[in-house]
Design a binder for this molecule. Structure first.
Ligand code: FAD
Length: 363
């Protein structure tokens, strides 16, 4: 056997585990079916701009240990995520805060804003659907302009047909603070995410364009143990049926202008605009390049074979996942990890923490 570990997937989970194992003197082979490293955090440089190929990725954490860990591989800038909502050309700050309320109602104090929201919430105690739930949380105006169209596009269904539990809370702030995240640390790697993966994978053998499941026997025979970060249902040939995802479609274009929309993230909250947001990548890094690159993000239904983005962690899918997880426990010499292997939405910091946890346990 040539390798101690065969790592399937060169995203954060796989790359962090591979790095830690290599540091401890283990020999690792990392394979990815894509033609690049970085998993969904991959950035591609276009016109001198780091383009987030699989959706905008903003690193944020309150965990000092993880912040210091990623700091070994990159210098993070001081980007603060402060998205803008565009509703038929009206511009509002996100998350919903005093700037939003002032623009909506021409008011200036938290007391005035609270009074308006309370008067619009209605008396629903047991919301029957997402619309009732959202109105009971933020009132009718915010729901109509900033929640309804966006959510309907995202789920491909009307809010009255969507279950209430999808929105448990809608963050409402009675301060003039546009910072979307509340974490202690936040930023974008100055050289792009891909540069982090190049460093993490130093000393690791990497094979790209290589699907583990298509070369399972040959690859399995090459290593003592496997760390698998691909979809768990696909590993077991969908024997209990596929786990559901929501997908996205991205349209990226280079524009011959310096500044298209003045912000990294602009959400389109009306129902008529077919995309949910436009990302202008240079603003993640305060870029001054002569051109700009923008990506329109379209929500999409998902079927097996499509790129899986968001897990759908409802009761049915979670129960299905538990069936697969039980099979996984019986599989010798393989550990499932990461967002696809564990079928859950994981922010980057949590995925890194999880991979470090596994490394501590195994190495
Ligand atoms: P991935 O990055 O998906 O890596 C898994 C890799 O395994 C992939 O490269 C895949 O090609 C490979 N693979 C799968 N099957 C096989 C196989 N059979 N053979 C070989 N290779 C295989 N988190 C944040 O903290 N901040 C954000 O702003 C943020 N934005 C997000 C936006 C979107 C649209 C999405 C979907 C997620 C976002 N996340 C964000 C979450 C972040 O993307 C994940 O935390 C991270 O990518 C998970 O890393 P991973 O290694 O588990 O999975």
């Amino acid at each position: 056997m040539k390798y101690d570990y065969l790592i399937v997937g060169a995203g954060f989970f796989g790359a962090v585990f591979a790095h830690e194992a290599t540091r401890k003197g283990k020999k690792c082979l990392c394979v990815d079916r894509r033609d690049h490293i970085g998993g969904n955090c991959y950035t591609r440089r276009m016109e001198g701009i780091d383009v987030h190929q699989y959706g905008a990725h903003i690193f944020h954490t309150s965990d000092r240990r993880i912040w210091d860990y990623v700091g070994q591989f990159a210098t993070f800038n001081n980007f603060i995520n402060a998205p803008i909502a565009n509703y038929h050309g009206e511009i509002y700050n996100m998350p919903f805060n005093m700037n939003t309320f002032s623009r909506l109602w021409g008011i200036s104090t938290p007391q005035e804003a609270k009074a308006i929201i309370d008067s619009q919430k209605g008396a629903v105690t047991e919301p029957k659907n997402l619309e009732e739930q959202a109105i009971s949380l933020v009132g009718r105006d915010i729901y109509e302009k900033l929640v309804k169209g966006y959510t309907e596009k995202q789920w491909g269904r009307s809010c009255t047909e969507l279950p209430a539990f999808i929105i448990r809370r809608l963050p409402v702030r009675f301060t003039y603070n546009n910072n979307y995240f509340t974490d202690r640390y936040q930023g974008i790697p100055q050289e792009g995410y891909t540069a982090i993966f190049e460093k993490l994978l130093e000393g690791v053998d990497v094979r790209l364009g290589c699907d583990y499941l298509e070369h399972r026997e040959e690859l399995r025979a090459m290593a003592e143990e496997v760390i698998y970060t691909g979809p768990i249902d696909r590993y077991f040939d969908y024997c209990y049926g596929p786990l559901q995802f929501r997908s996205l479609r991205f349209e990226t274009e280079v524009l011959d202008m310096e500044n298209y929309q003045g912000n990294a993230v602009v959400n389109y909250t009306d129902r008529e605009t077919p995309y949910t947001r436009i990302i202008e990548h240079k603003h993640f890094n305060f870029g001054t390049q002569p051109k700009t690159v923008v990506t329109r993000e379209y929500p999409a239904d998902w079927k097996p074979g499509d790129e899986p983005y968001y897990t759908v962690n409802d009761e049915k899918n979670n129960a299905l996942y538990r069936q697969y997880a039980a099979l996984a426990e019986k599989e010798a010499g393989i550990t499932f990890g990461g967002r696809l292997g564990e079928y859950q939405y994981y922010d980057i910091d949590k995925v890194i923490a999880s991979a470090l946890g596994l490394a501590e346990k195994k190495l």
